[in-house]
Design a protein around this ligand. Structure first.
Ligand code: AHR
Length: 651
């Protein structure tokens, strides 16, 4: 028996080419199949996993305006989230949440501290609160902008000292001293951190009596977009987005765009614009408050800075259908009236400064209109209850702005009766609109369904608005391992081949804060100071950086080999993904490519491996070159790899 096995194995080895498995790929640059979408890869930014507050938004204080609450559990008294009272024992006082005569009607709560024995210390602990990670993270030598609204509630006698401090209230910056008057007054100053620390922002009430306080804010002076009314974005995270070269930016959700449970939770874009202390905070369906420091103005500015098409999502008069909805959708009559809000949003983006909403945009610092070519109405909605509302809203938008492409949702699943029914409705009623498909499937599904779009009629086009390959949960998370990234890469070769139908595609979710997340996997992880790029991020980056104009006809043979060949005017891009556990000798026969050198970007490794904050570079792409002679390239493809070759074309 043993002898037979040995013989068999010898035979298998003999049948294999020297050096392991072999693969071939053949393409002719002059034979193309389709024109590709120039907006194929983009980003979906939703405030999930503290992607905005505690993430991209540079604000370092949590719950700066005491609006924190949970609409599902209003008695949970979360209004003091992030704050610590009587931080240094000795002082005496009590705090209360007040609403009379606030700084603005949209910012109704403020805190009153009544001190009976001074000094009384209170502090904002930032994100992460008292936990090991987080806090108000400052860097030595960096300057921060502080502001706060204070009012003497009648009998307060004394000053208020403020500083960035360590957790024992020892200052690690200058100390500012403010004297509150009878009316609300905004006090402002800058602090420079004397050392790097997970610190806190500490206010010391030096006098006794009652003092009102609201809207305490601490922002890095030099962050990205510091001049925007919201106060700016975390520069390191913006850089990771820029490095993806996104062609579009979808925002604000996802479920966040729809709102959940109660009508008061609809995402109302008007709550998110204007001076930041006048924005009306709302419960985030992922379990925390949205400060709206990244509101619609900052969103359009960010899209512009990224060179991405804005792709706003507005609700369709329906609360998130996947959740336990407690109030009815808008009636059809109410839906017609609500359409005006959508028209106002378009005017905010594109109207000139003489219009009401264009004027607000100009006042906020952007007199020139933003571009706006897309508008999604609804997220993951389905059935007639949605399509009837979509029809009303999209008709009104198209009538006023025929140049805007409306995007209709096809539901939250890849397969089955729900999406089939959606497509039946869409083909019958909205065939000219872009269709928003979402699916999160196990990794293997992506390998098995590379032919999904081959059979889609070419008449209606698709926006793959959310997708990700999901691995089984391990240690409380679905991992961002190389295998999931390679399955996504394999699938993306089929998106490119079908990009006459699939015009846009984006991974979801985009960002997640370590220790404060609700969803895994995610494209980019971060903590208070570091950014962690996943193998999935690198796949998106590699594909986005090598987007072609046309698909080139090609054939390939090899083990678990997925590929696509594309071209621009001067270059040919060959993308090859292998899930084979052995390396393969790849021979490429490429007509139209002159002798010379090609550029290679490759990512490989153990398929189960992922990056971590301790080992962030375990899996990442490496650049090299390859030689082409007489139209032929011979390379060794590593096991479990994605490789993108770029060759100049014969002129
Ligand atoms: O991406 C996370 C969530 O997944 C989105 O908010 C929602 O649209 C989908 O269900």
């Amino acid at each position: 028996m043993r002898k037979c096995l040995a013989l068999l194995m010898g035979l298998v080895l003999l049948l294999q080419p020297v050096g392991g498995f072999a693969a071939t790929l053949t393409a002719d640059a002059s034979v193309t199949t389709i024109e590709m979408s120039d907006t194929l890869y983009g980003l979906f930014f939703e405030d999930i996993n503290h992607a905005a507050d505690g993430g991209l938004y540079a604000e370092l204080l949590q719950n700066r305006s005491f609006e924190y609450e949970d609409i599902l559990n209003p008695k949970s008294h979360q209004h003091y989230t992030g704050w610590q009272f009587n931080m240094i024992a000795g002082g005496k006082g009590k705090s209360s949440l007040e609403t009379e005569n606030p700084i603005h009607v949209n910012n109704p709560h403020y805190m009153r501290v009544s001190v009976t024995k001074a000094p009384y210390y209170l502090a904002n602990m930032g994100y992460g609160s008292n936990a090991f990670q987080g806090g108000v993270t400052v860097n030595e030598g960096e300057t921060y902008r502080f502001s706060v609204y204070l009012r003497n509630a009648g009998d307060y006698a004394g000053d208020v000292s403020v500083a960035i401090t360590d957790r024992s209230a020892h200052p690690i910056s200058e100390t500012a001293v403010f004297t509150p008057g009878e009316a609300w007054q905004k006090f402002e100053c800058t602090f420079t951190a004397q050392k790097s620390a997970n610190a806190c922002l500490t206010l010391i009430l030096e006098g006794t009596g009652s003092l009102d306080m609201d809207m305490a804010s601490l922002l890095p002076r030099d962050c990205f977009g510091a001049e925007w009314p919201g106060g700016g974005l975390r520069t390191d995270l913006v850089q990771t987005l820029m490095d993806l070269q996104p062609r579009f930016l979808r925002f604000p959700g996802g479920c966040v765009a729809e709102g959940s449970y109660y009508r008061s939770n609809f995402y109302n874009w008007k709550d998110t614009v204007g001076p930041v202390e006048q924005r009306k905070e709302n419960f985030n369906t992922w379990g925390y408050m949205q400060s709206y420091g990244i509101g619609f103005f900052e969103y359009f500015c960010l899209a512009e800075a990224l060179g991405a098409e804005p792709l706003p999502v507005v609700h369709a008069g329906l609360l998130c259908q996947a959740r336990d909805v407690k109030e009815a959708p808008l009636t059809l009559e109410e839906t017609r009236a609500y359409a005006q809000d959508i028209l106002d949003l378009i005017e905010f983006a594109t109207g000139d400064a003489s219009t009401v909403w264009g004027g607000l945009r100009a006042d906020m610092g952007h007199p020139e209109p933003f571009k706006l070519n897309y508008l999604a109405i609804g997220n993951e909605n389905w059935d007639n209850i949605y399509f009837d509302r979509y029809a009303i809203l999209s008709d009104i938008v198209k009538e006023a702005y025929p140049e805007i492409t409306c995007i209709v949702a096809a539901g939250p699943v890849a397969e089955g009766a729900l999406i089939n029914n959606s497509w039946r409705n869409i083909r019958a009623r909205f065939a000219d609109d872009l269709v928003d498909e979402h699916y999160y499937m196990e990794s293997q599904w992506f390998l098995n369904h590379g032919d999904r779009y081959d059979s889609y009629p070419r008449t209606t086009q698709v926006f793959l608005g959310e997708f990700a390959a999901h691995e089984p949960v391990s240690g409380g998370k679905r991992p961002n391992n190389l295998y999931s990234a390679l399955c996504e890469a394999a699938y993306m070769t089929s998106l490119e081949r079908n990009s006459d139908v699939v015009r846009m595609a984006c991974y979801a979710p985009l960002l997640a804060r370590e220790g404060m997340f609700q969803w895994t996997p995610d494209l980019i992880w971060f903590n208070e100071k570091d950014v962690l790029l996943t193998p999935n991020y690198y796949v998106q980056q590699m594909f986005s950086a090598s987007l072609g104009d046309q698909v080139v006809a090609s054939t390939a043979e090899g083990s678990s080999l997925y590929h696509v060949v594309t071209r621009t005017e001067n270059e040919m891009q060959v993308k090859v993904v292998t899930l084979c556990e052995e390396e393969q000798e790849l021979t490429m026969n490429l007509a139209g490519v002159p002798d010379g050198t090609g550029h290679v970007v490759q990512m490989t490794g153990n398929r189960k491996h992922q990056n971590s904050f301790a080992n962030p570079d375990r899996i990442k792409p490496v650049e090299s070159t390859c030689e082409i002679a007489l139209g032929q390239v011979k390379v060794t493809l590593p096991a479990n790899s994605v490789t993108i070759f770029t060759f100049p074309l014969t002129k």
